[in-house]
Design a protein around this ligand. Structure first.
Ligand SMILES: [Fe+2]
Ligand SMILES: [Fe+2]
Length: 173
C-alpha cells in the first residue's frame, strides 16, 4: 500500500482543512507587507495627500492598513486559540511522541501573540505622515511574517503525517 493509499478519509479532510485555514494567513501577511511598504514610500516622500492606491490619500490608506492589521491579528489569534485549546490536546493524547513538537508549536503561538500585541500598538499609533510610525509597524509585520512562515510550514510538516493515520477528526475529540 502506498502512503497515498494509506491515508484515511478523516486524515485527508484534516489536512485539507488546515491547508485552507493557513492559505489566507500566508497571503494576507504578504499583502500587508506590500501595503505597508507602499505607505512607507509615500511617508518618506513627505507627500501627505499624495494619491497612491485607487485614489486613496495617504491618510485613508493608513487607516485601511490599520483596520486590516487589526482584522488579521484577530483572525490569527483565533486560529491559534482553537489549535491550543482543541487541536493540540487531541493530538497530544493520541500521539504522546508528539510532545516536543506540540511544545514547540505552543511556544511559537506564544511568540506570535507577543508580536501581535506589539503590532496592535504600532497600528494604533500609525500615521501616514509619520515615517517613524510606519517603519515601526513595517518592522513588526516583517518579524511576524518570518515567524509565521516558519510556524505554518513546521506545523503542517509535523502534524500532517499524524493526521493521515487518524480515523476520527480532532474536532470530535
Ligand atoms: Fe499553529
Ligand atoms: Fe495553524
Amino acid at each position: 500500500m502506498t502512503a497515498q493509499n494509506s491515508r484515511t478519509a478523516a486524515g485527508r479532510r484534516m489536512v485539507e482543512e488546515l491547508r485552507l485555514a493557513h492559505r489566507p494567513l500566508r497571503s494576507d501577511i504578504a499583502q500587508l507587507g506590500v501595503a505597508i511598504g507602499m505607505l512607507e514610500e509615500a511617508a518618506l516622500a513627505a507627500e501627505p495627500v499624495r494619491e497612491i492606491v485607487a485614489g486613496l490619500t495617504v491618510g485613508q490608506f493608513a487607516w485601511q492598513i490599520k483596520s486590516r492589521c487589526e482584522y488579521f491579528c484577530d483572525h490569527l489569534s483565533l486560529h491559534h486559540g482553537i489549535e491550543d485549546q482543541r487541536m493540540l490536546p487531541v493530538m497530544q493524547r493520541q500521539f504522546p511522541q508528539l510532545r516536543s513538537v506540540i511544545t514547540r508549536l505552543k511556544d511559537e503561538h506564544e511568540q506570535v501573540s507577543v508580536l501581535i500585541l506589539e503590532i496592535s500598538v504600532a497600528a494604533r499609533d500609525l500615521r501616514g505622515d509619520d515615517a517613524d510610525s510606519v517603519g515601526r509597524l513595517r518592522g513588526n509585520l516583517e518579524r511576524l511574517a518570518t515567524l509565521l512562515a516558519g510556524h505554518l510550514d513546521y506545523e503542517e510538516a509535523s502534524l500532517f503525517p499524524y493526521f493521515e493515520q487518524m480515523t476520527r477528526d480532532w474536532h470530535q475529540g
